[in-house]
Design a protein around this ligand. Structure first.
Ligand SMILES: N[C@@H](CCC(=O)N[C@@H](CS)C(=O)NCC(=O)O)C(=O)O
Length: 214
């Protein structure tokens, strides 16, 4: 039976897992849920933190996109290039990028976009600067490499891709300021499964943003 994945398509972490599954050729049984449904007793039993994505693989339940991504590669990928298990140093660099996504980039992306889609105002200068600073860190991570953790694409690229492609909708990645990040984003958007995994979510996210005044 295909592992079940609960998602909200606008959520970058959910789109990360959809891309990881495609990258390793794994079929998932995907179910879209509403935010409110995450607080029903049945869903809270799966994930007391009431977040998506949630993966249910037989009798094993795991949430958090970073943990799910690593699990799927370890459990289902034919090779472990996306998240090497024996090269401890390579894996540590990938982990650093994943923790950066979770603890810095994603938080700054959410904080900056919050006033936009709640209609409570514009992005503050401070929040804008912090997200742009995170773009700068990514530019540094990419120096001398095509991918964020070196010469091979990893789950960190897919995780950060889902978030940067979203953040780019309201704070564009400027090519003259961040040339490597801009090239990396372009390459990511050309992955054969990018559109399939992100189009609906990015469109939903765009819909939540205010339309620019004429
Ligand atoms: N670090 C988590 C973040 C998950 C997360 O915050 N998901 C949001 C959607 S983007 C959510 O489910 N929010 C609903 C809630 O918190 O009740 C991950 O990577 O999975």
């Amino acid at each position: 039976m295909a592992p079940k994945l609960y998602v909200m398509y606008a959520s970058p972490p959910c789109r990360t897992v959809l891309m990881v599954a495609k990258a390793i050729g794994l079929e998932l049984d995907v179910e879209e849920v509403e935010k409110e449904a995450l607080r029903t007793p049945e869903m809270l039993e799966l994930n007391p933190q009431h977040t998506v994505p949630i993966l249910v693989d037989d009798d094993f339940v795991i949430w958090d996109s970073h943990a799910i991504a690593g699990y799927l590669v370890g459990q289902y990928a034919e090779d472990d290039t996306l998240y090497p298990k024996d090269d401890v140093r390579k894996r540590a660099v990938i982990d650093q990028r994943l923790h950066f996504e979770n603890g810095v980039l994603y938080v700054r992306c959410c904080t900056a976009s919050f006033p936009l889609f709640t209609g409570t105002g514009d992005i503050s200068d401070d929040d804008r600067d912090k997200l742009i600073e995170a773009y700068g860190f990514l530019e540094e991570f990419l120096s001398g490499h095509p991918w964020l953790a070196g010469d091979d694409m990893s789950i960190a690229d897919l995780s950060i891709l889902a978030t940067v492609a979203t953040a780019d909708l309201f704070i564009p990645v400027e090519a003259d300021r961040f040339p490597q990040l801009s090239d990396w984003l372009k390459t990511g958007k050309e992955l054969p499964y990018f559109e399939e995994c992100n189009a609906v979510g990015l469109a939903k996210f765009k819909d939540m943003l205010p339309t620019p005044e004429a």
